[in-house]
Design a protein around this ligand. Structure first.
Ligand SMILES: Cc1cc2nc3c(=O)[nH]c(=O)nc-3n(C[C@H](O)[C@H](O)[C@H](O)COP(=O)(O)OP(=O)(O)OC[C@H]3O[C@@H](n4cnc5c(N)ncnc54)[C@H](O)[C@@H]3O)c2cc1C
Length: 493
């Protein structure tokens, strides 16, 4: 794929964090694109007002503000350390505004089919009678859309729900609740249930490492980022982190949770400070795998059973790309065949952004992925030898570090190892990674998010008796600048 003319557009599918990162990067680099979003608003799964939104009242970032926000658009200092989903959405809207991509997104444009042709991509948008043609396709459509619910023998007479449909505690109030799963959403729902449900049981297929959000009074990911500065073999780091976490937070089995049979870095950690304590208080009854249903009885693998009104499956999502030939992305075992989960080994007109699960900020990985795509496309358009170097790399592919065997982990990657490699590759692109398609050097500015966030809040806060309602935030929110300065606040890195 050789982008030269303004008509040679790429089609970005999705305007969640990954699509926004791709759109921002392409805009900065002068790479022509359309960004198609099926919903009427941006934010992807963080937008509680859309069908795509999967967040519930108690969704907060599991990675801290400092280590999650886009590096060129840090969260404001007066945001909480772990912002709420509503604050994340405001931040994402502010990001789109700050980089001028909000006006570049086509809303209510669902891609129902994308087919690769000789000259590019034929893209069908729902409701349009003719297909569109694009030079390339960037899939940033997320992978938290289709609930995965295990097949359980028997029939359950109560209500069955997937965590995707969980919104607030009212759905749990007064009920005998069983939650299946040990990931972040499962544990949030279990913790919510303890305050309103009649009884709470959590079914765990295996042991999990529960990582508190704070250690030694600091956000845990900050400490981990610090230790990542010291090079050491993966096996050693894995054992050190596991032992250190046991020392700091205690062994899960001491709280009444199953013992994990793997080292901590071998799986996506569950960030939850409260759950082990609630188990120790007897507020959560821990059970093994659900074996069968029988009327209102839920029977577990150890033969025990409980009466239940509601079973919540927080068992993850099926990864499926309904608009695309899935062989372009996955092998027969469902594992991605894309180099870095981004680049097709053969084709130069097809990319994925955000097709990843990691123990760190997905947004930053999406930003790195977008930079790599842009740099590669620019190298190709200039017939630079770096294009051939990178093409060879993606043809050869890389081995993925394997996580604990579980359907949930097909996209799992170690954040730190991935970023180190991405940064190294970006550096290898040299000047190409710092220029636009026309050859103009890029300005590497960090944009101050606070004024843009203030502008979004000012526009969205409902009026109370004619005056804008005050948004409850951290104490320093009172110092927030007025929306007036939102247009051009840019500070050098
Ligand atoms: C409860 C929860 C908490 C999380 N917490 C964190 C966290 O703390 N830190 C972190 O880094 N990550 C977290 N994540 C991971 C999350 O995946 C990322 O934060 C991020 O939302 C991924 O962005 P995305 O753009 O890839 O996908 P999404 O947010 O899912 O956005 C995809 C977009 O594509 C659009 N789309 C899909 N199909 C089509 C189509 N056919 N045509 C047009 N548009 C389409 C969708 O409407 C959507 O807007 C969390 C996930 C969940 C579920």
């Amino acid at each position: 794929m050789d982008i030269r003319a303004e008509t040679d557009k790429l089609c970005i599918i999705g305007a969640g964090p990954s699509g926004l990162a791709a759109a921002k990067t392409f805009k900065q680099r002068g790479i022509p694109f359309d960004c198609l979003e099926r919903e009427g608003d941006i934010g992807g799964l963080w937008n509680a007002h859309t069908e795509t939104g999967v967040v519930y009242d108690s969704t907060f970032l599991v990675s801290s503000r400092r280590h999650t926000g886009f590096e060129d658009f840090p969260f404001p200092d007066d945001y909480p350390i772990y912002p709420s989903h509503a604050q994340v959405l405001t931040y994402l809207k502010a990001y789109a505004k700050a980089f001028g991509i909000d006006e570049r997104i086509e809303f209510n444009a669902e891609v129902v089919e994308a087919k690769r042709t000789d000259g590019g991509w034929r893209v069908h948008v729902k409701g349009e009678s003719h297909p569109r043609f694009y030079k390339g396709l960037v899939m940033a459509n997320g992978h938290h859309h289709i609930p995965r619910i295990p097949k359980i023998p028997g029939t359950f007479s109560g209500e069955i729900m997937h965590s995707r449909d969980y919104r607030n505690v009212q759905q749990l109030a007064g009920k005998r609740v069983v939650v299946a799963g040990g990931g972040n959403s499962a544990c949030d729902i279990v913790v919510d249930a303890t305050s309103v449900a009649k009884s709470v049981h959590q079914s765990l297929r295996r042991g999990y490492h529960f990582v508190p959000k704070f250690i030694l009074g600091r956000p845990t990911d900050g400490i981990v980022h610090f230790f990542e500065n010291f090079p050491m073999p993966y096996w050693l780091r894995n054992r050190l982190y596991t032992r250190w976490m046991r020392l700091m937070a205690g062994r899960p089995e001491k709280f009444g949770l199953p013992k994990p049979d793997y080292w901590i870095l071998d799986s996506h950690p569950t960030m939850n400070t409260i759950l082990p304590q609630l188990v120790a208080h007897g507020r959560i009854d821990i059970k093994p795998d659900i074996a069968e249903f029988d009327g209102n009885l839920v029977r577990f693998a150890d033969g025990s059973e409980v009466e239940a009104d509601l079973v919540v499956f927080a068992t993850g999502y099926e990864i499926s790309l309904p608009f695309l030939d899935n062989d372009l992305v996955f092998d027969a075992d469902g594992k991605p065949i894309l180099y870095l989960n981004v680049f097709h080994p053969e084709y130069d007109d097809f990319f994925a952004v955000g097709l990843i699960q990691a123990n760190g900020s997905i947004w930053r990985l999406a930003d790195d992925q977008s930079t790599l795509i842009a740099s590669y496309l620019i190298a190709r358009s200039k017939h630079d030898p770096k294009a051939e170097w990178f093409a060879e790399k993606k043809r050869r592919g890389i081995a993925h570090r394997s996580y604990v065997q579980s359907e949930r982990h097909t996209l799992e990657t170690n954040y730190f190892a991935y970023r180190r490699l991405a940064k190294k590759l970006i550096r290898r692109f040299g000047a190409l990674a710092k220029q636009s398609l026309s050859g103009a050097p890029l300005k590497s500015d960090v944009v101050e998010s606070e004024p843009f966030i203030a502008a979004i809040e000012a526009a969205e806060t409902p009026c109370v008796n004619g005056a804008k309602a005050e948004i409850a935030k951290t104490p320093s929110a009172a110092k927030k600048k007025s929306a007036a300065g939102a247009s051009s606040s840019v500070s050098a890195k």
